[in-house]
Design a protein around this ligand. Structure first.
Ligand code: UDP
Length: 496
């Protein structure tokens, strides 16, 4: 049977966190560009963040829509409007959020039952194991999406499916993660930040996710095969599943507007931002952004500010959230006046992929979230790695030890996400200054690093072009879904 995507209706359930929603919205448009109908199901606050990009897609004749469901926030003790992990009052509320997400099962199923045309496939975040049950009841295949690439995913698999962490006593000693194609060394805390629960509740959540994953027909990953060929293969073996790398999905954003309005309203006018960058030499600026969930404590933000200033390298620094103490330090010091001309500090959301595409950017200080990692690679920009939590320390290993496209800032101990002022480890201004200088140097090492970056960027570009590996993998995924549907007699009419 020919797999014709125009006969398919994909229903996407993105997790309410920017690092998961942003790539899923890109994925939605990529599927719609192939002629499929796509429905994204999310909550009102999240839907509003993507309204303009989806409206533009609709204007461009893509068959795409957003449908809204309400989270039962009051029922789980969360404040009104708290519909995304970046809006949680503290990390302790993450469990409440998961409980609220679990309560979506029934309303989501009711919504899907009356959807027209009926869904032919659910692509849902791994954190929504209940979508597997809904898919079974509706007799449609489910494809699972997590967020991280194949390398961190395989590392997490090793950590969660073996007893390796029980064998390690020390929290500071590095040990080798067993069974990986490369020699990867991590500390116990760096390896234990995702996939293992620390309470009965969270352990159950992760167990349920794994059980649901077993029944998915495959795993779709925002990565490209050439970036991590050994890990794509090993992950597929370890999970016993098809793994489709269809990224970097960020590269589907071709227009200035799509790149400027990705994920949130930017805190700076994109044209003003470009104007500022235009006034700098090619490859001279370091762009600083630590993702959608990280906080810097006041002490850390001050060290970062002073480190950037003393490096003498032009910088564009986006800071997600500032404390009152930090604001009063800034005004007492006259910091923003002092850096004028050489540095620009912006409070809020960065138009990240637009910035990374500007020729003035020569370095990217990143928290190593998988999306940011991939976006840095796609833009061919060397990275200064400052992991914080989740699988970010694993991603750092890949950037530094395997791809050799970055320099470490020297962060050792993970912090707890969303916990302002509770991080114990402070990276000092001198370390920051030295790391920036080392990254931006034009010596032999720096040149070799830049060359490797450009090579990976070229591979990323080819992967998403017609005939490239990611295009091939989207087709394979669609083919597999079509074949799966054909096995389900009650659904055959939907794909004929
Ligand atoms: N992002 C952005 N502007 C910001 C912060 C983040 O555009 O100010 C985007 C970034 O481009 C990436 C996503 O948000 O696509 C963050 O995902 P990532 O996996 O890098 O990290 P997370 O925020 O999930 O920790």
């Amino acid at each position: 049977m020919a797999s014709n995507p125009t006969n398919l209706h994909f229903v996407l359930f993105p997790l309410m966190a920017q690092g998961h929603m942003i790539p899923m919205v890109d994925m939605a448009r990529m599927l719609a560009q192939r002629g499929a109908m796509v429905t994204i199901i999310t909550t009102p606050v999240n839907a509003n963040r993507f309204r303009s990009v989806v409206d533009r897609a609709i204007k461009a004749d893509l068959k795409i829509q957003i449908l809204e469901l309400q989270l039962a926030l009051a029922e789980v003790g969360l404040p009104e409007g708290c519909e995304n992990f970046d809006l949680l009052p503290s990390s302790a509320h993450a469990v409440n959020m998961i409980l609220a997400m679990n309560l979506l099962e029934e309303p989501a199923e009711n919504m899907l039952k009356v959807l027209c045309p009926p869904p032919s496939c659910i692509i849902s975040d791994g954190c929504f194991p209940w979508t597997n049950d809904v898919a079974k009841r509706l007799n449609v295949p489910r494809v699972v999406f997590y967020g991280p690439g194949c390398f961190p995913f395989l590392c997490i698999h090793v950590v969660t499916c073996t007893n390796i962490l029980e064998e390690i006593d020390s929290d500071s000693e590095y040990f080798v993660l067993p069974g990986l194609p490369d020699r990867i060394e991590v500390t116990k805390p760096q390896a234990s930040t995702w996939g293992r629960g620390d309470t009965k509740e969270t352990t159950e959540v992760f167990e349920r996710m794994l059980e649901a994953e077993k029944e998915a027909i495959g795993i779709v990953v925002n990565s490209f095969e050439e970036l991590e060929p050994k890990y794509v293969e090993e992950l597929a073996k370890a999970k016993g599943k098809k793994v489709w790398c269809i990224g970097p999905v960020s590269m589907c954003n071709k227009s200035f507007q799509d790149r400027a309005e990705r994920g949130n309203k930017a805190a700076i006018n994109a044209h003003d931002c470009f104007k500022w960058l235009d006034s700098n030499e090619s490859g001279s600026v370091i762009y600083v952004c630590l993702g959608s969930l990280s906080y810097a404590s006041t002490e850390q933000a001050i060290e970062l500010g002073l480190g950037l200033e003393s490096s003498n390298i032009p910088f564009l620094w986006f800071i997600r959230q500032t404390s009152e103490e930090f604001e009063s330090w800034l005004s007492k010091e006259g910091y923003e006046e002092r850096i004028k001309g050489r540095g620009l500090m912006v409070r809020g959301w960065a138009p990240q992929i637009l910035i990374l595409s500007h020729h003035a950017i020569g370095g990217f200080m990143t928290h190593c979230g998988w999306n940011s990692t991939l976006e840095g690679i796609s833009a061919g920009i060397p990275m200064l790695t400052w992991p914080q939590f989740a699988e970010q320390f694993l991603n750092e290993r890949y950037i530094i030890n395997v791809l050799k496209v970055g320099v470490r800032i020297g962060m050792e101990v993970p912090v707890i996400f969303n916990k302002l002022d509770e991080s114990k480890e402070i990276v000092k201004r001198d370390n920051i200054k030295e790391a920036i200088k080392s990254l931006m140097k034009n010596d032999e090492e720096g040149e070799a690093r830049r060359k490797r970056c450009m090579e990976f960027a070229a591979m990323a570009k080819s992967a998403v072009e017609e005939g490239g590996s990611s295009q091939h993998n989207i087709k394979s995924m669609i083919q597999a879904i079509t074949e799966e549907l054909a096995k389900k007699p009650t659904r055959v009419q939907d794909i004929m």
